[in-house]
Design a protein around this ligand. Structure first.
Ligand code: SF4
Ligand code: SF4
Length: 324
């Protein structure tokens, strides 16, 4: 790509993340040449040996765009979120974890102590008779070793610092990233700060081509392995929970096209505050029963309701965490 404009400074950072978002950036394949023609990568821990101290030494606003993926789980994540905010003109919450808290946010269903107990005392592969815990500072012969402090709560990026844009997905579709990046490079007018970008205003169901009837009736919830999916009928009508009615479109309905129900990683629709409760209300309206006892029976075979309805959004949902 010919580009006479000065190059942008681009940073990519991962906090409490699985690495999938960083890999999705690499998924641009040969388009990477367009990206490097338009931008200097000034910080990207997965690929470049640039130290935190190098970022600290950058003038404020030096980075044009930072793609921040991952949730905020510990003091290091929070320090980097605030530092990159200061150093970046545009801070993008990239992926479900930064956007809504994501999969790491499911840890808000436990306390820090419960997590430590499981990991350091009870885990089948751990031998720890003295029940030691990680220390934020340990003295060794060579000096002091430090570890970040593990918070009790997982938070989304927007709960820690001001975010300019949210690019949803677990991970975001690479095509959407390229569109957004090229729009920034070309100086196209961007939506107001705080907007969700790289996604549509419609629901997944609006773009899904599976057959759906007006009057869905569910008399039993089933898990995907319990049905012989015919590949053409709406998952909900086959009794499998699909979060399409409450989830923003933008991924190309990839999971459903791959014969898996939508899990909700693109987050709630514009007017929805709490994706889980929106989905529960959609589900309750299609339960095929009138008597309380019957309804209870149907709902009882719903496995892992919190993980089903709030898989990507607990920290930013109304429940936020398990009540202590
Ligand atoms: S949004 Fe998904 S792919 Fe990205 S870091 Fe979180 S869990 Fe991984
Ligand atoms: S609920 Fe799922 S399968 Fe059914 S129409 Fe919506 S996205 Fe498609």
């Amino acid at each position: 790509m010919e580009n006479s404009k000065p190059k942008l400074n681009l940073a990519v950072y991962w906090a409490a993340a699985c690495g999938g978002c960083c890999v999705s950036v690499l998924d641009v394949h040969e388009k990477l040449f367009d990206v490097v023609a338009a931008a200097n990568l000034v910080f990207w821990p997965i690929a470049l040996d640039v130290k935190y101290s190098d970022v600290e030494a950058m003038p404020d606003g030096f980075i044009d765009v930072t793609l921040f993926n991952g949730a905020v789980r510990n003091t290091e994540n929070e320090h980097m979120a605030r530092l990159l905010r200061k150093k970046s003109k545009v801070l993008v919450a990239y992926g479900s974890c930064a956007h809504l808290g994501g999969i790491p946010g499911l840890a808000n269903l436990s306390t820090r102590e419960e997590i430590f107990k499981r990991v350091y005392d009870e885990c089948e592969s751990t031998v720890n008779p003295d029940q030691l815990r990680p220390l934020t500072v340990s003295s060794v012969g060579e000096g002091s070793l430090t570890l970040p402090e593990f918070y009790n709560d997982v938070r989304s990026l927007g709960q820690v610092t001001a975010v300019d844009y949210y690019l949803p997905g677990c991970p975001p579709q690479t095509e959407r990233l390229l569109e957004v990046f090229m729009a920034i490079v070309s100086g196209a007018s961007l939506p107001p700060a705080g907007s969700v970008i790289g996604a549509s205003g419609k629901a997944q169901c609006d773009e899904c081509t599976r057959l759906k009837s007006e009057n869905k009736q569910i008399s039993r919830f089933l898990r995907p392995y319990e049905i012989y999916d015919d590949g053409i009928t709406c998952f909900l009508e086959q009794g499998v929970i699909c979060l399409g009615p409450a989830t923003r479109a933008g991924c190309g309905v990839r999971c459903v096209k791959g014969n898996a129900p939508c899990r909700g990683c693109y987050g709630p629709l514009e007017d929805v505050k709490d994706p889980g409760s929106r989905m529960m209300s959609a589900i309750s309206s299609v339960i095929d029963a009138r008597e309380a006892e019957e309804i209870e029976k149907i709902v009882e075979n719903l496995v892992d309701p919190a993980g089903t309805f709030y898989r990507f959004s607990i920290p930013s949902a109304m429940i936020r965490r398990k009540v202590l």
